[in-house]
Design a protein around this ligand. Sequence first.
Ligand code: HEC
Length: 430
Amino acid sequence: MYLHILARCRDGGSAAVVHWIRAGLLSMLLAFVGMASAQADELKVSQSSVSVAVGATTRVGVSGASGTVSVRSADTRIATASYANGSATIRGVLAGKTTVTVSDRRSRRPIEVTVTGSTASLTVSPTSLTLAVNATGQIQVSGASGTVTPRSGNRLVATVSYANNVVSVRGLTIGSTSITVEDSRSTRSVAVSVTGTTGGGGTGTYALLAWNDLGMHCVDGSDYSVFSILPPYNNLHAQLVNKSNGSVVTSGVTLSYEAVADTRGSINTISSTKTNFWQYVQSLFGVSPAPDVGLTGNPTASRTPAAMKYNSTQGWFEAEGIPITPVDDTMRKNFYPMVKVVAKDGTGKVLATTNNVLPVSDEMTCKGCHASTTTGNAAQMAAKPKAGWVNDATPEKDWKRNVLRLHDEKHLGTPLTPARSLPRSTSWTA
Ligand code: HEC
């Protein structure tokens, strides 16, 4: 209706005016007010000069426009401009000066624009980062404009924080993610790879490698009262490597081993309650280590860390003859007891740790042929002593006594050496 009124008025037809007065006095008044202002006003901008920071925006009011309003920046590398609903929006891009021109169909108004702030653009260094689990790395930020916001693409892998132009990245779990650093103008990304300490390895600068050199080591088992084929005796070796230069660390550090639970919670911290080895060790081997200490003086793994010694000939740390058994602390068989090896510096700070298995088995299965039992198995029957089976009620002793009897039947002329005060084989013959 408003446009109709204007059109009629401009036609100047008095009859039409009368007609529209009849149509409504209020509409008529409004129409004339609108027409008068449109004709009297000219294009105005609320500010002829503005200052805006890089990345920020500012608005300039536009009034009195006739027809379509357009805005144009003389240099869009410094500032951009747009128009909507009676205001021009100017955004600073790069520090400098330019002019934004507001025009309608009749005239144009310049706005002098000064963009303040850094002339440099956002830069991050480095653009990729490798961290160990639990280690923290830094990303230097420069040329930032406005607020800097770092974000981790995967906060389970790495977390971020920002202060004083430095983004701190902390590795949480093995994996990779992307860290984005955003300021008011742009976004940069940094590829982050978090490396692990699962199995071997270590955090930060050191890697710890540990191994057993005997493979699956057999032991007689719980009973040593008849004879011994294999004492409890396991070997552990380790090397600490400085990852920053690849060198093997041989001094200024201490390495130790201790019992650690396996993934099922089985832990083996003591041997003396699982075998009578220490009751017979003197007569069998001619030495008398204390309970839970092995033939070479190293203790079995326990909750107390035991020292490893440096072997300068081999260039490794070692603990030989660890008297571990294949029975865990709940008296269940576990042929793969785990130990934890810890490397510390001179101040006691842990440099690296790793878990290692000391494989041990009592499955020599000599009893498969030498136990006192009558079967149709030809090999077993061939192993039967001429004097007949011993029939000892204790299975661990029974097969050993049969082996001794068989040995004596064949080799009575070469008895076991009395120098070691071994149980005399003749004492087991009939
Ligand atoms: C597959 C069956 C079998 C198994 C398993 C077995 N043996 Fe025998 N062993 C025999 C037979 C058969 C003889 C008798 C051989 C003969 O009369 O010439 C024998 C003989 C012996 C002898 C006496 C031989 C000699 O000349 O002194 C000894 C000692 C012996 N075994 C020890 C062991 C030990 C220790 C184990 C476990 C590590 C073992 N055996 C496992 C079958 C077996």
